[in-house]
Design a protein around this ligand. Structure first.
Ligand code: BTN
Length: 329
């Protein structure tokens, strides 16, 4: 009900709406209207009360709820169903449970805070309250399970494009899934899948963007290697505008990928935004450690590495370190 009241206030475009009118329209008492208005205020909405005339919405908080995100969306299906949580352990974990039930493709789980955010390789992901965009998108692409890692390529490029258009930030992708700026990590992507034989049941693309995190928010383990939009740009950006832009860019790339069954449409753009191509790198995978020069990214999304002996290897997955970046090697 409180969000119905919010809709009424928003629809009035900054004009006063009488408590009487809201109570009549929504079929609740004026006292109930007043209680819901108080709750909205406690969530950060600035609502002026005008004696004998009513309520006026004069400011909205930068939260990523459905009602705040929806007016900014330019998507067809991504983010059209939002589950917003004040706090959760991990939006990917929540999304996996949600995807076990019938779901709408493009459903997004967004939390203001994660208490047990998950990164790749079982690492912890710091997700401070109110400071980032912690979201997981539930998808059911008609592709082979073996092609699912290409979604990470699409999501990473989507974030780079959104940060450029929304925040004028020139970021790069450290293959396959880190978005870096100034040599530090600003965003990570965790793609998880459930599949049977050759059919995908669902894919969860979890995106964590350090939007307005400050150095002190990161904690000692990552404070030397992590950064945020606000640290890099010196400005605070609206999280909802950035999230809406990421969803738009991702939907465009996702559609192209699923329709074509290939990443070739945006592979060149991804390569131009690469933080690793042409660099001396070290890749640590489950099986081995490779040192060489990153020379290409294949149509399959693999990293092509030329070793010192002149041989060429195509890497499917692994942890890449770039000489000079993060002070590695
Ligand atoms: C990584 O770089 O290791 C991946 C980090 C992914 C973090 C995001 S935040 C939203 C979603 N929920 C999680 O628990 N993890 C992802």
């Amino acid at each position: 009900m409180k969000y119905r009241i919010l809709e009424e206030l928003k629809a009035s475009n900054g004009q006063v709406v009488s408590g009487e009118e809201i109570s009549r329209k929504l079929g609740i008492s004026r006292t109930a209207v007043w209680k819901h208005i108080s709750k909205l205020r406690s969530e950060g909405y600035t609502i002026e009360s005008q004696t004998n005339s009513g309520y006026k919405l004069v400011g909205s908080p930068d939260i990523l709820s459905a009602s705040e995100l929806e007016p900014l969306l330019h998507t067809v299906f991504m983010g059209r169903n939002v589950i917003y949580l004040d706090s959760t352990d991990s939006t990917n974990t929540y999304a996996k449970k949600a995807a076990e039930e019938p779901f709408k493709e493009g459903t997004v789980i967004i939390a203001d805070e994660q208490t047990a955010g998950r990164g790749r390789l079982g690492r912890h992901w710091v997700a401070t309250k109110g400071k980032g965009i912690w979201m997981s998108i539930i998808l059911k692409p008609d592709i082979l399970p073996s092609d699912a890692p290409k979604l990470t390529i699409a999501a990473a490029l989507a974030v780079v494009k959104a940060l450029s258009s929304c925040c004028q930030l020139d970021t790069r992708v450290k293959w396959p899934n880190d978005i870096v700026s100034g040599g530090k990590k600003l965003c990570g992507i965790l793609t998880e899948m459930s599949a049977e034989a050759d059919e995908i049941k669902y894919v969860i693309v979890g995106i964590g963007i350090n939007a307005n995190m400050e150095v002190c928010d990161f904690g000692p383990e990552v404070s030397n290697t992590a950064t945020s939009i606000s640290i890099e740009s010196g400005k605070t950006f609206s999280r909802k505008a950035v999230a809406a832009s990421v969803l738009y860019e991702f939907e465009e790339l996702y559609k192209a990928f699923v329709e074509e069954g290939s990443i070739r449409h945006f592979l060149d753009e991804y390569k131009r935004k690469s933080a690793v191509l042409g660099k001396e790198i070290r890749v640590i995978s489950k099986k081995e450690e490779i040192i060489g020069r990153a020379v290409d990214i294949s149509r399959e999304g693999q990293l092509v590495v030329k070793l010192a002996d002149g041989s060429v290897r195509e890497i499917m997955s692994g942890e890449v370190s770039v000489r000079g970046l993060y002070g590695y090697i």
